[in-house]
Design a protein around this ligand. Structure first.
Ligand code: PEP
Ligand code: MG
Length: 317
């Protein structure tokens, strides 16, 4: 039985009516990458690159980052590997990156905002990614905490100028496909404008939930609001999926909810193309996919979007 389960986890999952949704892994190290592949991951939807930065006392060099990104992309061969640029700030500080004290760190200078204000560190990372991409065409790059098209354009133009410099110096480099995390309500409101600039969206439902509900992910007093199955959050997901598909790009989810098999049918019904999760969740989500009818799931998702309360949503799942 265990061998059978393992064999099923390694197989690509389809819904009963033949719809294919990618099942990817979230990870932060080369060891994780090997484990994720063995768990049946069809790619990597989120490499949390900040862990490499948090593990060392000073910023990792361009060379060590290049080796790190190359090794992870190498483990997956031709399967897509999406590396998220540094997502520091909020609950994740860095000793060597001086940040003024902030009264509201989650509303402060975190993620891409922090990188755009510390371009020296950011450029090292972009160079490393451009060099790793030259050898690994499966490597893609994603920016966290994007709120406006302007931030995205700044990041893309930094990437472009790093590429020009590497080219000029004769260093092998290639520009990867670029995507963004959708985890700020403004990014949902700006989704149409943002979609024109990127190849894919990936919804960070952990942050999106706390920002949509204005409820801290770690505060017990408001935990009743912090669920990605809140109707308000599901409607935001639907809006982002619509905008992505209208623009002809794909949309995934890399927040915790992607690994919850109770939500798999709903997320397929909302039009999500890729689910990225902790590797141990992969077998269960693939199993849930195999019992889903995507047409039925789409109708059901419409009903769920009309729910008034979290309890109603949970009862409908
Ligand atoms: C998210 O916000 O959903 C996410 C995947 O990013 P992180 O949990 O690293 O903030
Ligand atoms: Mg996040």
């Amino acid at each position: 039985q265990r061998e059978q389960d393992q064999a099923l986890a390694m197989e690509k999952a389809k819904t009963q009516d033949g719809k294919l949704v990618d099942v990817f892994a979230n990870l932060a190290s080369v060891e994780d990458a090997e484990q994720a592949l063995a768990c049946g991951a069809e790619g990597v939807g989120l490499v949390r690159s900040e862990f490499l930065f948090m593990d060392s006392e000073k910023a990792p060099s361009e060379q060590s980052q290049y080796e790190f990104y190359s090794r992870i992309a190498g483990v997956f061969g031709e399967k897509p590997v999406i590396i998220r640029t540094l997502d520091i700030g909020g609950d994740k500080p860095l000793a060597y990156l001086q940040q003024g004290a902030e009264e509201n760190p989650f509303l402060g200078c975190r993620g891409l905002r922090l990188c755009l204000q510390n371009v020296d560190i950011f450029k090292l990372q972009l160079n490393a990614l451009l060099r790793a991409r030259a050898e690994h065409p499966n490597l893609q790059v994603m920016f966290p905490m994007v709120s406006t098209p302007d931030e995205l354009r700044q990041a893309k133009s930094l990437l472009e100028s790093c590429y020009q410099v590497l080219q000029h110096d004769g260093v092998p480099a290639a520009i990867p496909d670029i995507g963004i995390m959708i985890e700020v309500p403004a990014a949902v409101a700006n989704a149409k404008q943002l979609a024109k600039e990127v190849s894919f969206f990936s919804i960070g439902t952990n942050d999106l939930t706390q920002y949509v509900m204005a409820a801290d992910r770690g505060n017990d007093a408001v935990s009743y609001l912090v669920s990605a199955a809140q109707p308000a959050v599901l409607r935001m997901i639907e809006m982002a999926a619509q905008a992505a598909h209208d623009a002809g790009i794909t949309i995934g989810i890399c927040g915790e909810m992607a690994g919850d098999p109770k939500l798999t049918a709903t997320l397929i019904g909302l039009g999500i193309d890729e689910l990225s999760m902790s590797p141990i969740r992969i077998a269960g989500v693939k199993q849930a996919m195999r019992t889903t009818q995507s047409k039925h799931a789409a109708l059901k998702a419409k009903e769920i979007l009309n729910a008034e309360t979290l309890e109603q949503v949970l009862a409908m799942l």
